[in-house]
Design a protein around this ligand. Sequence first.
Ligand SMILES: Cc1cc2nc3c(=O)[nH]c(=O)nc-3n(C[C@H](O)[C@H](O)[C@H](O)COP(=O)(O)O)c2cc1C
Length: 365
Amino acid sequence: MLTPGHPILTPFDIGNIQLKNRFAVAPMTRVSATEDGNATEQMARYYERFAKGGFGLVITEGIYTDRKFSQGYPCQPGIADHAQAMAWRAVTDRIHSHPSRVFAQLMHAGALNQGNRFIGGSAAPSAVRPKGTQMPFYYGSGQYPMPQAMTDEDIADAIDGFAQAAKRAVDVAGFDGIEIHGANGYLLDQFLTGYTNQRNDRWGGDVRQRLGLMLEVVKAVRTAVGNAAVGVRISQGKVNDYQHKWPEGEAAAEVIFGALADAEVDFIHVTEFEAWKPAYDGGDATLVALARRYADPVPVIANGGLHHLHHAEQAIREGANIIALGKAALANPDFPVRLVDGRGFRELEPSILGPIANIKASELA
Ligand SMILES: Cc1cc2nc3c(=O)[nH]c(=O)nc-3n(C[C@H](O)[C@H](O)[C@H](O)COP(=O)(O)O)c2cc1C
């Protein structure tokens, strides 16, 4: 039970917006848009439940940015044109009818594309076939295709795609901020990762150089949206390489979090499978603690198995400002209200995410 005045219930400012409490919904892809990539009325109802249920912040699923290589899944929503941005307006209006804020997560799938209606093939830093297999619950099967190595022009298009999408998200769709998806194995993480980035031009090399594209995207998005909140999601693990750890260990954390702080992001969202555990074997600092250490005073959003209050409180003690919940929010869109009321929370029913991860009628009942 949460008693009034608990730190997790206190307001917090990210950039120029105030959040009423420290609960956020983590980004979760639900492949429920139209085939044209437009957000739907069903999605508006789905997202509104989180705002109604007490979350101070909702972060959307990964939204594709351009009409080129960014789309990764069939029925993934986009914000690559005006019509798609207008479709999101209905979602943000619904969330804003409650005292909650909403950030758009902008995502470029890169090599992890398993459904793109604009272009054949996929694009990546280098022609390296992704590890693992495509995700069936997003309509995929079998190996990922071999991607093509991006040209300078492809890279410029990807940066511009993020910037234009961010502008549409804020100016047309009414989002309060932008989360740039730099995590989980998608394009920007492919550039950051040594084994997928074998380039020897300005976009490859050591960690700082491999972070270069992410920093360029931050800069372009910042220019496009002015004062709106702009942050980045960072992880070690990937959807297709769950156990991955930065081979450079804490030295990578220092470079990555330090450079993002220098780039003046408004927040850093760190995610680990179990975010309360040490980031590296043999060390004792969590990724949250490392983000706080190297990016201070940038606000930190923490995610990964933090639905038990003692884990969330540990993350806050280690420097997290906001706690983002994924599966627990799916199972309990009213998670914050439940905790305040002293009600327990439910486990996630596997049928919600299977066989396809689309929004189910039972969730909206
Ligand atoms: C169905 C589903 C879809 C997801 N889609 C995304 C996504 O679009 N973008 C993203 O950054 N993370 C995505 N994630 C990861 C979650 O944001 C979160 O990191 C993960 O569920 C771990 O947090 P939890 O333990 O609170 O569930 C997804 C997770 C789930 C379960």
